[in-house]
Design a protein around this ligand. Structure first.
Ligand SMILES: [Zn+2]
Length: 165
């Protein structure tokens, strides 16, 4: 009788232990799902900011190019003139933070030999690991390795606009 009672108690302990394990595993699963949802929401937010940044840079291109088409191929001399073209400060800023580095100021668009590879503006923030949004003189925006951008900036000669290599 005592033996049967012992078996029954042991069985009860095992069942309760299994059900506790199952509850723990459910809680862990719920926590994982919650973390995944948070990561997805964050990733979506970053993607939206990246796309908004690309859109801003394209508007910057339109403004700079419009100015150049009126002033014999000369880009605006500085930010004050450029801001007059697009008064909204949001356009000249990355949605993450910080103003775009506009390299085209004071340059002549007609002297650009390789518009597809010539950098005219750069976002100060990395969108994705080690990637910078870069505006090129032909109006396209691309995500470029930050080290490649830095090298292009260092290797430009005679105050010319940097060309991506
Ligand atoms: Zn940006």
């Amino acid at each position: 009788m005592v033996r049967w009672l012992l078996v029954a108690v042991l069985a009860g302990v095992l069942v309760s232990s299994c059900s506790k394990k199952s509850q723990d595993s459910e809680a862990r699963k719920e926590e994982m799902v919650k973390l995944l949802e948070e990561a997805k929401t964050k990733a979506r937010g970053e993607e939206v900011k990246k796309l908004s940044c690309v859109s801003n840079l394209k508007q910057v291109y339109t403004a700079l190019n419009m100015y150049a088409s009126y002033y014999k191929g000369c880009f605006p001399q500085n930010a004050t003139v450029a801001n007059w073209l697009i008064p909204s400060k949001k356009t000249w800023h990355c949605p993450m933070d910080g103003e775009y580095k506009i390299l085209a100021y004071g340059h002549r668009s007609r002297l650009i030999r390789d518009p597809v590879g010539t950098i005219i503006a750069i976002c100060p923030n990395e969108h994705g690991t080690g990637l910078l949004n870069v505006l090129f003189a032909d109006g396209h925006v691309a995500s470029v390795d930050a080290d490649v951008v830095r090298r292009s900036l260092e290797n430009r000669s005679g105050g010319r606009l940097p060309v991506l290599k």
